[in-house]
Design a protein around this ligand. Structure first.
Ligand SMILES: O=C(CO)[C@H](O)[C@H](O)COP(=O)(O)O
Ligand SMILES: [Fe+2]
Length: 221
């Protein structure tokens, strides 16, 4: 399995993004959590910040928009030349139209679902997306515990994409560490967001260890 490791810069030093982005240069992408203090009770990066990060990053940017009205805002983020833009199904009005707009602007289109949102909410529209993000914590904060009870939903999503021959990446976000990554990989995840686990220790070593653990995990298929 090709395990992608995307460290979340929510756990980086906010006064040293350039240094910390360079510390994760072996990662597949840098995960950027955009929070608006409305969709989630926390506030992080706005557009000028993401624009600047895009200029200095050595790795592609994987944006996770935890914002209201992504129909309006997400295309503006895609225009910055980022690698991927993932918005929440709970917040979007016209997700398929929005996915098309993101792709037209050169970004991969992702859709995210909260722990309480069933897979059925995105089942029909999955072919329009390059990535499905299954939250394994309640969105809003880093450093929370991995919700192992999301594994049946993840396995179902994996089975769905396989049965339809989709190339959709399956991303998990929240509480991913060396203790939990194998379980997520075994249930079908191929793209792993890890904030605290990467920046807690030596980021390069953590990325390598996480990638090795995910790759070595036994798979159901
Ligand atoms: O979307 C997020 C929170 O809403 C973060 O990406 C996630 O929490 C990563 O942090 P950690 O790996 O420390 O759990
Ligand atoms: Fe995230």
């Amino acid at each position: 399995m090709n395990a992608r490791i995307n460290p979340s810069i929510l756990a980086a030093d906010f006064a040293n993004f350039e240094r910390d982005l360079n510390r994760i240069s072996t990662a597949d992408a840098a995960h950027v959590d955009v929070m608006d203090n409305h969709f989630v009770p926390n506030l992080t990066f706005g557009q000028p910040m993401v624009e600047r990060l895009q200029e200095i990053t050595p790795v592609p940017l994987d944006l996770h928009l935890m914002i209201e009205d992504p129909d309006h805002w997400a295309p503006q983020f895609a225009e910055m030349g980022v690698f991927s833009v993932t918005f929440h199904a709970e917040a979007a009005t016209s997700p398929v139209t929005l996915a098309r707009k993101l792709r037209e602007r050169g970004a991969r289109a992702g859709i995210a679902i909260n722990p309480a949102t069933p897979l059925s909410a995105v089942e029909e529209i999955l072919p329009h997306f390059d990535q499905l993000l299954i939250m394994t914590v309640e969105p809003g904060f880093g450093g929370q515990s991995f919700m192992a009870d999301m594994m049946p939903k993840l396995a179902k999503a994996d089975a769905l994409r396989r049965s339809h021959g989709l190339e959709t990446w399956l991303q998990v976000d929240g509480g991913i560490s060396l203790d939990t990554i194998e379980l997520a990989a075994a249930n079908g995840a191929d793209t792993f967001v890890a904030g605290s686990a990467v920046f807690r220790g030596d980021p390069g070593e953590q990325i390598a260890a996480l990638r090795a653990a995910a790759t070595a995990a036994p798979h159901a298929h």
